[in-house]
Design a protein around this ligand. Sequence first.
Ligand SMILES: Cc1cc2nc3c(=O)[nH]c(=O)nc-3n(C[C@H](O)[C@H](O)[C@H](O)COP(=O)(O)OP(=O)(O)OC[C@H]3O[C@@H](n4cnc5c(N)ncnc54)[C@H](O)[C@@H]3O)c2cc1C
Ligand code: FES
Length: 281
Amino acid sequence: MQAQENIYQPSRMTVVSVVQQTKDVKSVKIAFIDPEEQKKFKSAFRVGQFGLYSVFGVGESVFNICCSTSSDVVEFCFRRTGRVTDALWRVEPGDVIGFRGPYGNSYPMEEWVGKNLIFVGGGIAMPPIRCAILEALENREKYGKITVVYGAKSVGELVFRDELDQWAQYPNVDIVKTVDPGGETPDWNGRVGFVPTVLGEAGISGSDAVALVVGPPIMIKFSLPVLQKLGIPDEAIYTSLENRMKCGLGKCGRCNCGHTYVCKEGPVFTQAQIARMPEDF
Ligand SMILES: Cc1cc2nc3c(=O)[nH]c(=O)nc-3n(C[C@H](O)[C@H](O)[C@H](O)COP(=O)(O)OP(=O)(O)OC[C@H]3O[C@@H](n4cnc5c(N)ncnc54)[C@H](O)[C@@H]3O)c2cc1C
Ligand code: FES
């Protein structure tokens, strides 16, 4: 009898590089040791999906895959918050960690072709947005104007800060970076103000646009009316949810909200879909 494949078995991955982004956030690139697993991943991966990353003997954690589909490595970015992320904080190039994925649904980038794209992010929420920004920039001719409004409490808490200026070099791309009042440094060359306020003042046209908004609940709450005022319908406002997860495969019931399994049917939802979910979500 043929042995059944173990769906919880992670792939073994070599750590290629680690970059400390802020005092408690690092981004990590990892490469498949088995070329066949790499091929399988490449053909399946779509931006917006997530993976489960494990430190052997410690446990697994869920993080968005924050690179574009052209990448030959898997990249993720995490905040040090607890047991697994403490262990991940100590990994170095050459170490071996585990990876399962890609899991979940993805951003409908093909449906977005020809549209203006508005990306709105706060703090550590950059990873689920970055993958879509990179994908759009690598296929620049497919999309209209790209606007990124990204903010953090302070300059030191912006992640992928160096890339923001590189993205601004692309044609018809507007990068608006901001920090909360009091979070600026003497050499800060961005805006000072909360993300929803800056979003409203950015001179964005909402015509034929889709928006991707990821960040703290308070930022999302106050950004939504701004986007709605620009004329963007709830069906065209996307977000990525981060419910607690365990299996990532629709088996354990840890992530569900009513009948919706966020790990299988999400993590990407439109505001229209979220509005139909139960109140306590
Ligand atoms: C689809 C998805 C994508 C995610 N993407 C990222 C990402 O790209 N980068 C990133 O840094 N984090 C991301 N997260 C959150 C991340 O999975 C948790 O922060 C991580 O698992 C914590 O692991 P830990 O063992 O270090 O912490 P634990 O020891 O398990 O917990 C530490 C603290 O974090 C809290 N916590 C744990 N999980 C969550 C969660 N899902 N939401 C809110 N609080 C939580 C716990 O209550 C506790 O207070 C994502 C989560 C999901 C579901
Ligand atoms: S995480 Fe297990 S069902 Fe979604």
